[in-house]
Design a protein around this ligand. Sequence first.
Ligand code: MRU
Length: 348
Amino acid sequence: MIKTVEWTEEGVVMIDQRLLPGEEIYPVFRTYQEVAEAIREMVVRGAPAIGVAAAMGVALGVRDSSAGDVEALSVELEQICQVLAATRPTAVNLFWAIERMREHFHRLRGQGASPDRLRQGLVEEARAIHDADIAANRSMGRYGASLIPETATVLTHCNAGALATAGYGTALGVIRAAVEAGKKVAVYADETRPFLQGARLTAWELHHDAIPVTLITDNMAGHFMQRGKIDCVVVGADRIAANGDVANKIGTYSVAVLARENGIPFYVAAPISTLDLTMESGQLIPIEERSTREVTHVREVALAPAGIEVANPAFDVTPHRYVDAIITERGIARPPFVESLRQLATQL
Ligand code: MRU
C-alpha cells in the first residue's frame, strides 16, 4: 500500500503529491511549520490525510518544543494547533484531528503526566489516528461494496483514494473492497480541474493496483452517463453537514445533478470524522478559495492571458437531495440524513 503519511523519528514523511505521477518522492518534514506548509501547498491533500498530517504535526511540534514544564508546553501546544488549523478551511478532519490531539494532551495532563510523558503520549495518539483511519477505510469499503453491482462501471471525482487518507481510501476503498469481493469493477475518473487530482492521482493509484480506469475530462461525465456507461457514482467528502449536504472537490455538485438527471445512484464515502453535525446545512461550510495560478497555469505553462480575472473555489456543496447514501465505517446512512447521520455519529 502507498505510504501517504508516516511518522518517523526524523519527522513526518509524506509522498509529495504535487509531483505525481511523474516522480514518486518521499521528503521528510522536520518541524510543525514545515508540516503546515506541506498541507497548505498540497504536498498532502484529501480530508483524512490532512487530518493525519496535522495530528503528526502537533506531535512533532510538542516533541521538539524546548518548554521545560507542563504549563509552558500547554502554551506552546496552542500555538502549534493555531498554525496547523490555519492551513486549509474546508476539510473538517483537520480541525477534528487537532482537537483530538488537544484533548489527549489535557487528558494526560489531568492524570499528572510529565512533559516527557506528554511528548510521548502525543506521538502515540498521532500514530493511533493514522492506524484508525486505515481501519475505518477498510470497514467503509466492506459496507460500500454491498452497493456496487456484480459488474459495474463507477464514476469518481477528484482523488478519494489511498493518497487522500492514511491508506486504502474512502471512495476508492469502496471500489477496492468491491474488487476484493470478486466484483468486476471498472472506473471512470474525472480529471478534476484545476489541480488534476483525478488525472494525476486517481488514475495513478488505480493503474498501480491494476483496476481498469478510463480517464475523462470533467465535461465528459454527462455524455457517458447519458450513453448508459456509468452504473453509479462514488465520491469522497471534505465535510458533511447535519442534513447530509456534502462539501467535496469543486465539480462534485455538477456530477451529482447529472447523476440524478440520468437515474444513476450517487454515493458518498467518508469517515465519521468528516461529519460536522454542528453545521445545520452545507450553506454554512467555509469554501476555500485557492490561488488563481492553479486555474491559469498547468505547472509552468500559462493557459490564459496574463492579468485575466479568475475564480478558484476549491470545493462545492452538493445538496443532500442528490445523495442516495453516505457510506461510513459504522454503516450506511440513508435519507433522511438528519436522523441517520446522528444515529451513526452517536453509536459507540
Ligand atoms: O483539495 P483536495 O485535493 O484536498 O480535495 C480533496 C477532495 O475533495 C476529496 O474528495 C476529499 O477530501 C475526500 S478524500 C478521502
